[in-house]
Design a protein around this ligand. Structure first.
Ligand code: C2E
Ligand code: MG
Ligand code: MG
Length: 728
């Protein structure tokens, strides 16, 4: 693109130069030729004018010498001497004309005088010519200065002849003009006279070319004799002032044009260089705008642009596109502890590690500080994406060593595959983002695939309800158990039962997604019963551990709830004091009086009561006092920010102190790293729960964990957290 612009600039400039040069030359030549044409036209006029001036001179000579009393008298008296003196001398000595002749009324030549031998009188005044002259003169007016003229061809040169009558000056009206003799005056259009004429007009070679001869140069105009026959042409080489001008202006114009060309070419060359540099830097800027400077990966703009390219569009249409979205947790801790340089180092190391588990053709981009995205294409993209997403999660099992310190980071991974028709790559990105969001808020550390239940549409809700109902009927829900440990020695004191649903239709569905649906549709009662029943069965396998069960406000609203749960517990030969019921603030807010009564009833049965997600609600502590809780579970959103900002530290500390003041046990949930563990121990939080200690495990896995830990059920302090894959 840049190249085409620069070559276009070059082509335009070169074309401009060529056109300028051609235009200048054409203009100069055109002007020269116009000048020549004009000069030719004006010499035409001059020649015609010159020849007719000669004719007029002959005419005036004829009338001057003809209208003369003395001449008439001399003619009547046949005074030859008078004529010789006055006419003959004018011709032979004064050379006023080439020929003077007096022709009688009968047509005979009475007298004649010629200049030199060049003019043979017989040749000029042939009988035919004389007859014609007489014919011409018949129309001569009987007045002063009347004369006629014409041209007569001779061997040597044409001659202009003018004729008048020899008339007495004081004309006698009685004289019949036809009785008067004729005076013929001849001026030869010979080389001398035409040459002279030419010189006055700056024409070198003006001469007469008799008819029939080959005319070379200008052949204007044709000369007619007194009979009206063409006898030849006046010929000359027209002057060419244009040529002279050309010869004088061409060298300076040539030099000026050469200088212009050089300057223009240099300018063109410079402009081209500048244009190339500009397009190059533009290209660099455009690449930089699409690249993440730190990792060299594409940034958000670059990623989105590439996804819009035909390759990904086509892949998307044919269901061969998958996008993985990942969000790294724990960055801030690194930045805060070893500075931003350390954080940058971590990003680079992380990029290398993530890259190593991705297929080589994956489009890998850093789209935010701690957010990355991967686009994959191919026929088996569904499997590739699932594999890559899981590999990403586990690639972070090993810590990073930055500036000599070890850091653990975790990652929330969501992915989406182009399934349906009419989806665009940006829709797949959006879905992967939603899935990632669920992974971030979800219980498990596994990558989560997008499914439509993640959307908050009514249609999906209906589908979830149908599928969930079937799962409940078929007993197709699992219960996992997440250990709760004593902070002081990390010994397991209890477990929390967390329901799990892997739907054939939607894949793994998070409880935070389907529990609300179950609550809305009343299915929660069946789900709750199933969980309690399963928990009781599993409880038998690990005596001595307290079993925490999440109770929805909807369940509590059921008047038979307390009796039902007690029934189930007793049916399994267990007692309520082995159970802890986790309730959220929602129960208390809607109908506090009834809630208070119900909670008191449950407590009187022997159940331990805990307030879940403590800190996220609106209730004041004074308000909470009226309810008979035994335990507060500090919400994991507070724990997450521990060590990251001091407000969180202070908040958790005050929550723990509050629990102490109210004589309640405090459990902190969602502990993910050693820093959080340290800080919670520091503020003397009593119990802990979180991925760092253990993820929620299926009953069998929990069994083997307990076996491994042995008698005291203690996690070795400072040990690697329990991170083995769990079915969720
Ligand atoms: P919850 O009662 O606050 O449960 C704790 C949630 O935090 C669980 O998510 C658990 O897997 C997750 N968790 C535990 N440790 C960590 C950690 O270190 N990091 C992170 N990021 N998460 C951690 P889960 O299983 O997805 O459950 C979500 C919520 O759904 C529960 O919140 C609870 O309110 C509800 N729920 C789960 N099972 C049941 C059930 O059987 N009945 C009822 N009514 N509600 C349930
Ligand atoms: Mg809970
Ligand atoms: Mg909770």
């Amino acid at each position: 693109m840049g190249r085409t612009i620069t070559s276009r600039i070059t082509i335009n400039l070169v074309a401009g130069i060529v056109i300028t040069v051609i235009t200048v030359f054409v203009a100069v030549f055109w002007m020269a030729s116009r000048q020549d044409e004009q000069a030719a036209r004006s010499t035409d006029t001059m020649v015609v004018g010159g020849v007719s001036a000669i004719a007029r001179r002959a005419e005036s000579l004829a009338s001057d010498y003809g209208w003369w009393d003395d001449a008439y008298k001399a003619y009547v008296n046949r005074d030859a001497e008078w004529f010789a003196t006055n006419y003959g001398e004018s011709v032979e000595e004064t050379e006023v004309a080439n020929l003077f002749a007096i022709i009688s009324t009968e047509g005979t030549i009475d007298y004649h005088w010629t200049l030199g031998d060049a003019v043979a009188i017989d040749e000029v005044l042939t009988p035919d010519v004389i007859a014609q002259i007489r014919e011409m003169s018949s129309g001569l007016r009987d007045e002063s200065l009347a004369a006629e003229r014409g041209i007569v061809a001779t061997e040597s040169a044409p001659m202009v002849v003018a004729v008048s009558r020899i008339t007495p000056f004081l004309s006698d009206p009685d004289i019949d003009p036809s009785t008067l003799p004729l005076l013929v005056v001849g001026l030869a259009l010979d080389e001398d006279r035409l040459g002279q004429l030419g010189q006055t007009f700056l024409i070198n070679d003006l001469h007469f070319e008799p008819a029939g001869a080959e005319a070379e140069a200008s052949v204007f105009p044709p000369a007619l004799d007194i009979f009206g026959n063409t006898i030849g042409h006046y010929v000359w080489t027209p002057p060419r002032p244009g040529n002279a001008v050309l010869r004088s202006v061409l060298p300076p114009i040539g030099v000026a044009l050469a200088i212009f060309c050089v300057v223009a070419f240099v300018t063109a060359f410079r402009a081209r260089k500048i244009a190339i540099a500009l397009t190059d830097s533009e290209k660099e800027a455009s690449i930089a705008a699409r690249t993440d400077g730190m990792t060299g990966l594409k940034n958000r703009t670059g990623f989105n642009e590439l996804l819009d390219s035909p390759h990904f569009q086509t892949a998307c249409k044919s269901g061969e596109l998958a996008v993985i979205y990942l969000d790294i947790n724990g960055f801030k801790a690194v930045n805060d502890s070893i500075g931003h340089n350390g954080g940058d180092e971590l990003v680079k190391a992380l990029t290398i590690r993530l890259k190593s588990v991705l297929p080589p053709d994956a489009l890998f981009a850093r789209i935010g500080g701690d957010e990355f995205a991967v686009a994959l294409t191919g026929r088996s993209v569904r499997d590739t994406a699932a594999g890559a997403a899981s590999a990403i999660v586990h690639s972070l099992d090993q810590p990073f060593t930055i500036h000599g310190f070890e850091f653990h980071v975790t990652v929330a991974v969501g992915y989406a595959v182009a399934g349906g028709t009419g989806l665009t790559p940006s829709e797949i990105v959006r879905r992967a983002d939603i899935a990632m969001y669920h992974a971030k808020n979800g219980a498990e550390r596994e990558a989560i695939a997008y499914h439509s239940t993640m959307e908050t549409g009514a249609l999906e809700k209906k589908q979830v309800e149908i599928a969930l109902r079937r799962a409940v009927e078929e007993g197709d829900l699992q219960v996992n158990y997440q250990p709760v440990v004593r902070a002081s020695d990390l010994s397991i004191v209890g477990v929390e039962a967390l329901v799990r649903w892997t739907s054939k239709e939607f894949g793994t569905v998070s409880p935070s997604l389907f529990i609300p649906v179950a609550e809305e549709t009343g299915l929660i009662h069946d789900v709750g019963r199933l969980v309690i029943d399963r928990a009781c069965q599993d409880m038998l396998r690990w005596p001595g551990l307290k079993m925490a069960i999440n109770i929805s406000p909807v369940q509590l609203r059921d008047p038979n709830f307390a009796d039902d749960i007690l029934g189930v517990v007793e049916r399994h030969g267990l007692s309520p004091d082995q159970f802890e019921l986790e309730l959220t603030e929602g129960i208390l807010v809607n109908n506090p009086t009834i809630a208070k009564r119900k909670l008191a009833h449950l407590k009187s049965m022997g159940f331990t009561l805990s307030l879940d997600d403590f800190g996220t609600g609106f209730s004041s502590i004074g308000y909470l006092r009226q309810f008979p809780f035994d335990i507060l579970k500090v919400d994991r959103s507070f724990v997450r920010d521990l060590g990251i900002n001091s407000t969180a530290n202070a908040l958790v500390q005050s929550l723990v102190s509050l629990g102490d003041a109210m004589d309640l046990s405090v459990i902190a949930e969602g502990i993910e790293n050693e820093d959080q563990l340290k800080l919670l121990r520091l503020v003397q939080c009593e119990y802990l729960q979180g991925f760092l200690i253990s993820r929620p495990l299926p009953a069998a896995e929990l069994m083997s964990l307990l076996d491994r830990l042995g008698e005291g059920r203690r996690f070795p302090i400072g040990r690697e957290p329990e991170r083995r894959a769990a079915a969720g």
